[in-house]
Design a protein around this ligand. Sequence first.
Ligand SMILES: CSC[C@H]1O[C@@H](n2cnc3c(O)ncnc32)[C@H](O)[C@@H]1O
Ligand SMILES: [Zn+2]
Length: 447
Amino acid sequence: MTTASSQNQADTRINARWIIPIVPEGTVLEDHALILKGSHILDLLPRAQADRQYQCRETLDLNQHVVMPGLINMHGHAAMALFRGLADDLPLMTWLNDHIWPAEQAFVGESFILDGTRLAMAEMLRTGTTTFSDMYFFPEVAAQAARDLGMRAQICFPVIDFPTAWGSGPEEYLRKGADLIDAWRGDDFIMPAIGPHAPYTVSDGPLSEVRALSEATGARIQIHLHETAFEVSDAIERLGQRPSARLARAGLLGPRSQCVHMTQVDDSDLALLANTGAHVIHCPESNLKLASGLCPVQALMDRGVNVAIGTDGAASNNDLDLFGELASAAMLAKVVAGDASALSAHRALAMATLHGARALGREHELGSLEAGKLADLIAIDLSDPFLQPVYDPASHLVYSHHGRAVSHSWIHGVPQLRDGELTRLDLEALMPAVRAWRDRIRQRNAR
Ligand SMILES: CSC[C@H]1O[C@@H](n2cnc3c(O)ncnc32)[C@H](O)[C@@H]1O
Ligand SMILES: [Zn+2]
């Protein structure tokens, strides 16, 4: 007989209709319980066994829900949420040169970053993201905002050849960035990283400083790479080599590198990525909207390249719902590979969780529901009539679902979303600031 005193003590027990732990891939557990203690997952086991083994402070019955690891949005520019819908239906270089960079020059500053990042974090939390990667100006402000809220974030400080509101050029960016890395060393939530913008905006000198800083500190490097065919053909014409080859020669491709977009991939690129252990971050909706191109996800995975997923900024997507991104990714992968079995629903879910954790170098503690890992998880309510009947919850999560059905989330064991309501961020209180930015930005555009 089990007595209360022989039971293990824990904080939270979640009884879920389905649990998709991601590891082993393809698994759907029914009528299991997840046990949380402090910031970690203590156990994942059948409910009857949990009754015998654990006494928990609180128990949550999620009988119409799927529980899975929190999503990891591996690429974005969070504060660009304030530029959502500002410049649509344009190709990348026109969008950047004629619209986005002038708007950033006019408006980006500390308060823009704080308000925009908070708006983006609210949307990401509401749609199931628990960890995000950001590459934007005033990264110290974004880092503090994420830490204050309790979201996990890789914060990539920008390196770009021209002056911006954040600094006068690469030398200052790298100096401030090294301080950022020092400031957050050892933090569980904030992972400072280096964000050289793209091969066409960062020259060889700063690129070699980026490599040196990454080698000295272990910081990851995230870069927009092979986003368009023009980027590649222009580099071949001007420099006589593909951007991927230039980065490899500069020592920038390796297990700490995250290459964002990769819509142009030939055999030499495949070999470079596979041989160096660099990660690819796929942003399907941004690639579609800017007509940039299509990433050959299945071919990359077949060669053993780790492919994670990101939304990019809300100005080129135009939302931060990673579940929507997964639907786009899964369907595009099939067309690109000419194979309906490419990027299955379960593999897509792994791409948004475990593969992101791998790119961050935190696969041992994030990205799957396993005892000993951090308690970053979400619940999705599948009771909606238009999600019936349920044969395989993974199918609905990827093909039939949108992020608004996410009902609960925990990060580091702390509840962030309860019955669809954010617990630690007052979205209503943020709205006046968002409207004020809209008015200012609209006024300038009307001139
Ligand atoms: C130097 S901070 C980041 C910089 O990148 C710009 N940006 C946003 N989306 C994209 C994209 O898809 N490709 C290239 N650059 C992008 C953003 O506006 C910032 O200026
Ligand atoms: Zn981007």
